[in-house]
Design a protein. Structure first.
Lengths: 176, 631
């Protein structure tokens, strides 16, 4: 037993072993820090790159275009697509505007009909022209009170009173 | 033995270093070490103090900055470099007619500017822009080239990053600029001397939407327009500007890539569906323009309303502006001419007002259809004498005769039978002296003097009875007479907004009744009376195949020296078919020159309009409806 103690004491007190131990600990800390720093750098660098890409896309949306030398039109932000749709809708409206249609009528030598040339017939089931509907009407909001759980309606005092009542009832029923 | 073993074990193959035994050298080392330690300790202490002092100063400075007056300035300076403010505008809502035809939409335009650091040749940029935009209404002035040149040079000196050079550039103009830029970029690499290589480098553009009206002038007085700042002016554009424009959002966009700011999802502006029918509106404008040409009138109004709901089917007025070229406003609307006469210009309506006087008299019971009045050609009231339009005496007349011959004396008598109090109460119930509430901007309220006002005299009761001395707008007349025309006595609020589309749903408000000034019986009785009087007079307003009711009006125009001018306001109001009214048409011609009488110049306009209206509205003639009913 004494030999073991001396053996341990001899090794533990060895200066070069202590030094190695300290160096090892320091190196371990350094390597750990380096690994963490490396991972951090890697992740943040990728985050920064993605962030820059997003910013560039945002610039495409609200920013400016050069007259020439930009990327192809294969990538167009939604906002610009919506602008193009609005523009085309307006162009279509112009092509079917009253003035343009009148010019087409004149080109086709058509005359507007007057009351003297209209023959009225009774057509069973005829549905007269319906006014425009660009979207469905709002659905009426029906709130069925019975489907709402009491937890969403009762106050704290209601809840406390209910709990007391249930507890009293429980004990009263438990009695023989 | 134990010690030996320990030494053996400890050495472990190494020779253990012997401890120095020289006492002298040990003492010398000890002295030197102490001196060195003292020296080192002094230096370390000094360094420590210096670092501590620096650290304390830094902390003090940090604390001072946090509470210093310059703190906000520093923060704002930091913000300038870390983020930029962007305002996102939602697309403006579209406007449709009642059948879904686009009346106001959006079109692409471009803002053109320069990234100053990228500009290679200022002269080329200024030259290209001034040449390409020389036909643009805002940049066609001679000094535009010099202006661009000076602005870019100034920006280069001041270090400005971006400057805007033009706005509302059309797609065609931008295409030309792009073509020029391509041509310049393909120029050979040679020495261009002092002027430098021509280049449009640095010139950039940004697309955005601008209001566009595909029908041009059609319905312009109803729609209004949107100015350069994106604000609605006049008409529907102004009245519903907040809804149409949506809610812009200001966002600080960070420049830090780790904190990318999300671009907000903007709700687009509300789309509006109007009660206006494009075909009826176009017809009304055409009929009105023809009437102005034929009568030589200065201006006019032609309104078409559904008296059952108050929906305005057409509001035609003059002059009209192409809202796509709204910058011509000042040249179109001269001498304080309102943008929409129908709602903004009051006038003395004349005999069309007799419809309401008679309605009040019948409804109150002051007169009945059988009441007889002996017209002596004049009547005294408030110290003045009222005469008929022809200065004649028409003898015994019933109420139909009074209306058919448009007798001022008779209607003045009806008003006196009614009494001033009830008469003005009825007129207020008809909505005079206050705005109708039509959903169009810039409505005028007119003026109805009532007993108790400083400028009201008893004679006013007489003149007001036949539409003189009272200032009303055409839309007020239409609203008041809707209570007679719909046969129910219910006065409907005139409106042009039929429904709105918001968040994917279409909301359609219910037509609003603003009052019930007369009874159903009175409305139907008066309608029959006016239809008979038109037929009895063989009026030019009669429409073949359709029974219509109506009344002409001719009003003298007041001048600073009294009613001394020959100029008149000629009007006609009519509605039909009498059995099931579908339309109410109001015509007003200002200062016609071919004839001063409403029966001559305004009544035929009503007929022309109705003849085309019944086709557009698919209204069969009375005999067809009667035949179908008997079938």
């Amino acid at each position: 037993m004494e030999n073991v103690h001396q053996f341990t004491q001899a090794y533990s007190q060895s200066p070069w072993r202590k030094q190695m131990y300290m160096i090892g600990v320091v190196l371990l800390v350094l390597v750990s820090i380096a690994i963490v720093a490396g991972i951090y750098l890697n992740v943040t660098a990728r985050a920064a790159a993605v962030g820059r890409q997003i910013q560039e896309m945002q610039v495409r949306i609200y920013g400016y275009h050069y007259l020439i030398g930009e990327a192809s039109d294969s990538y167009v932000p939604i906002e610009e697509l919506e602008q193009n749709i609005s523009n085309l809708t307006s162009q279509l409206a112009y092509l079917t505007s009253y003035q343009v249609m009148q010019e087409r009528i004149n080109d086709l030598n058509l005359d507007p009909i007057d009351t003297a040339h209209i023959e009225y017939l009774e057509v069973p089931g005829y549905i007269e022209r319906q006014e425009t509907s660009l979207a469905p009407p709002p659905e009426p909001m029906v709130v069925n009170a019975s489907t709402i759980d009491p937890e969403f309606k009762e106050s704290l005092f209601d809840w406390l009173a209910d709990q007391v009542r249930k507890t009293v009832k429980y004990f009263s029923e438990a009695q023989p | 033995m134990r010690r030996f073993m320990a030494e053996q074990v400890v050495s472990a193959g190494r020779i253990r270093r012997r401890q120095p035994t020289n006492k002298v050298s040990e003492s010398i080392h000890s002295v030197n070490d102490k001196a060195g330690q003292t020296l080192t300790g002094w230096r370390f202490n000094l360094l420590g103090i210096l670092f501590l002092f620096a650290g304390v100063m830094i902390v003090i400075q940090l604390v001072r900055l946090q509470f210093s007056p310059e703190r906000n300035e520093f923060v704002s300076q930091g913000d300038q470099y870390s983020r930029t403010l962007h305002i996102f505008y939602p697309p403006r809502g579209d406007i449709y007619d009642r059948w879904g035809r686009l009346l106001a939409g959006s079109t692409l335009v471009y803002e053109v500017g320069v990234q100053v650091d990228d500009v290679e040749n200022v002269d080329t940029v200024a030259f290209a822009l001034s040449k390409v935009l020389m036909a643009h209404p805002e940049y066609d002035y001679p000094g535009y080239y010099d202006e661009i040149y000076a602005v870019i040079i100034k920006a280069q000196k001041s270090g400005t990053a971006y400057i805007q050079l033009a706005d509302f550039v059309t797609p065609e103009e931008l295409s030309i600029l792009q073509e020029w830029a391509r041509n310049y970029s393909n120029l050979p690499e040679v020495d261009y001397g002092k002027v430098g290589r021509p280049s449009l480098s640095g010139l950039v553009y940004r697309p955005r939407l601008q209001r566009y009206y595909p029908e041009n002038e059609l319905g312009a007085n109803v729609l209004g327009f949107v100015n350069r700042e994106g604000t609605g002016m006049f008409g529907v554009e102004a009245e519903f500007n907040d809804l149409l424009a949506g809610v812009p959002q200001s966002i600080w966009m960070t420049l830090d890539p780790y904190q990318v700011t999300e671009i907000p999802q903007l709700k687009p502006g509300v789309d509006l569906v109007l009660t206006i029918d494009r075909e009826i509106q176009a017809t009304a404008e055409e009929v009105l323009d023809n009437a102005l040409e034929d009568s030589g009138a200065d201006g006019g109004v032609l309104l078409v309303m559904d008296p059952n709901t108050g929906e305005m089917l057409a509001i035609a007025t003059t002059p009209r502006l192409n809202p796509n070229e709204f910058w011509n406003y000042a040249s179109v609307f001269k001498d304080s001419t309102p943008y929409n006469r129908a709602i903004s210009q009051d006038y003395e309506p004349g005999s069309v007002f007799k419809v309401l006087t008679m309605a009040a008299g019948l409804d109150d019971g002051a007169v009945t259809m059988e009441t007889e009045f002996v017209d002596t050609g004049s009547i005294q009231i408030g110290g003045i004498y009222i005469h008929n339009w022809d200065w004649g005496a028409w003898g015994p007349q019933n109420m139909e005769g009074c209306m058919a011959h448009s007798l001022n004396v008779c209607l003045t008598w009806v008003a006196t039978q009614l009494g001033a109090g009830p008469f003005y109460q009825y007129m207020q119930n008809f909505g005079f002296g206050q705005v109708t509430g039509i959903d169009l901007a810039a409505e005028a309220s007119g003026r109805l003097k009532i007993p108790g006002d400083a400028d009201w005299y008893e004679a006013d009761l007489g003149t007001n009875a036949f539409g003189q001395g009272v200032a009303v707008t055409p839309i007020q007349m239409v609203m008041a007479i809707s209570s007679v025309a719909n046969g129910r006595g219910e006065m409907m609020i005139p409106h042009v907004m039929r429904s709105m589309v918001r968040d994917g749903f279409q909301y359609t408000p219910t037509p609003q009744i603003i009052g019930h000034p007369i009874s159903t019986d009175t409305a139907q009785t008066l309608t029959d009376l006016l239809a008979s009087s038109l037929e009895g007079e063989s009026s030019d307003a009669l429409v073949e195949g359709y029974r219509v009711a109506g009344k002409t009006g001719t009003a003298e125009i007041a001048t600073p020296t009294g009613y001394t001018s020959d100029a008149t306001n000629a009007s006609f109001v009519g509605w039909g078919p009498v059995k099931d009214p579908k339309f109410l048409v109001y015509v007003w011609l200002e200062k016609p020159t071919s004839s001063p009488w409403g029966s001559v110049v305004a009544a035929p306009v009503f007929r022309d309009m109705v003849e085309r209206l019944v086709v557009l509205m698919d209204i069969p003639p009375d005999d067809v409806i009667q035949g179908l009913a008997n079938h």
